[in-house]
Design a protein around this ligand. Structure first.
Ligand SMILES: Cc1cc2nc3c(=O)[nH]c(=O)nc-3n(C[C@H](O)[C@H](O)[C@H](O)COP(=O)(O)O)c2cc1C
Length: 209
């Protein structure tokens, strides 16, 4: 157990992004991470957003128009659209620990997770540009990412998810990011069993017991 893992989480935000519900391995691994965190801090508050069941809208032209219209001039529809993003930003700002459930879809993150990322990255709120360059405004947060893949891509150039998520989260000021890999899940029963067992082992090492 390292020093960081002794931190007591106060508010946990879990964001699931699989299109699947009960059968989702990334959600199961994310659930296990949350379970371990709550063993450590039984009083921790948990907020769960399941982007598969409750998708966030895409960043389309109407959404951009709403975001770039000054608040006082927004139509009710524009205000409602911005409020959806505001709610996600508020959840992230309130969280001490964020747990992301992330399947690999076609070598990238699910579109639902990309929509969530597009919603929480807001200039002047979650990051800002200074004379010294960009500055992330989400400080002092820890993120665990539960990755589920049909194949095995950890540490290879085909794993675009990890560098992408590190870049996005780092840009927002979150550098304390731990990845849990559940891989080989579509490579037969034994590979799946091993992939899930390995993920549980990783959780045991990364998350305080
Ligand atoms: C649409 C789709 C695309 C997928 N693309 C990939 C892929 O590019 N690489 C991979 O290793 N597995 C891929 N898979 C397999 C999933 O990553 C794997 O089934 C994983 O368990 C899905 O996450 P979930 O169990 O949380 O739903 C894909 C699955 C689906 C449904």
């Amino acid at each position: 157990m390292n020093e960081q893992s002794k931190e007591v989480p106060v508010k946990i935000l879990q964001v699931n992004s699989s299109a699947r519900r009960e059968a989702s391995h990334s959600t199961q691994v994310a659930n296990r991470i949350v379970e371990r965190l709550r063993n450590e801090a039984p009083d921790a508050a948990l907020c769960v957003r399941d982007l598969g069941a409750d998708p966030h809208p895409v960043l389309d032209e109407a959404a951009l128009g709403a975001l770039f219209t000054p608040p006082a001039q927004r139509t009710p529809e524009q205000a409602a659209r911005v409020a959806l993003d505001d709610a996600l930003i508020a959840q992230v700002q309130a969280a001490d620990v964020i747990v992301l459930g992330v399947p690999m879809y076609n070598f990238g993150v699910p579109a639902q997770l990309k929509n969530w990322i597009d919603a929480i990255m807001r200039a002047g709120v979650t990051f800002r540009y200074t004379a010294q360059g960009p500055e992330g405004l989400l400080k002092c947060k820890k993120v665990y990412v539960a990755l589920a893949r049909g194949g095995v891509y950890r540490g290879t150039p085909a794993d675009t998810q990890v560098p992408y998520l590190r870049t996005v989260l780092g840009f927002l000021g979150i550098d304390d990011v731990q990845f849990v890999y559940a891989e080989g899940l579509n490579m037969g029963d034994e590979a799946q069993r091993q992939g899930l067992a390995s993920a549980l082992e990783q959780i045991g090492e990364l998350v305080a017991a």
